[in-house]
Design a protein around this ligand. Structure first.
Ligand code: DQA
Length: 142
């Protein structure tokens, strides 16, 4: 099973950025934990601060991966283009957020992506990704 993880803007600064919200681990270290917990899964990981690159990546993996985990970060709340890409591809997308976006500022309460995602996992720290992987493992979304 191949799972693609796509992280959006500023998530390259995990471990450094607003640690009271996002914690002290960078994503590369967390990915090692995920690979250890799910040894049979083939993970690929992509992070970009550029909207179009995230769209290109969705097109690239969206017809070959068995699941996509997308944290579009700030673009969640602004990007019709990323939402349209999620809608356009074949592979199911689980939207994740590290923080509980509903408990934060009003502008974080809306997502252009959620209506087109298989589901939404938000507020469990980096374990939001673990829960998303578990969902792909337990179910065979087509
Ligand atoms: C985030 C929540 C977004 O509102 C924010 O812009 C982020 C990270 C999260 O994972 O909690 O950059 O997607």
């Amino acid at each position: 099973m191949k799972i693609s993880i796509i992280n959006g803007p500023n998530l390259n600064l995990l471990g450094v950025r607003e640690t009271e919200i996002y914690g002290f681990s960078n994503f590369e270290d967390y990915l090692k934990t995920l690979k250890h917990k799910f040894p049979s899964i083939n993970f690929d990981y992509f992070q970009s601060n550029i909207e179009g690159e995230i769209i290109d990546r969705l097109h690239h993996v969206g017809f070959e991966s068995d699941g996509i985990i997308l944290n579009a970060a700030a673009y969640t709340h602004t990007s019709v283009g990323i939402a349209d890409a999620v809608k356009a591809i074949k592979t199911k997308v689980i939207e994740v957020h590290i923080s509980n976006t509903s408990s934060r500022e009003d502008f974080r309460h809306s997502s252009f992506i959620t209506p087109h995602a298989k589901g939404l996992i938000t507020g469990f720290g980096l374990d939001s990704y673990y829960l998303a992987v578990s969902s792909f493992v337990l179910n065979n979304y087509k």
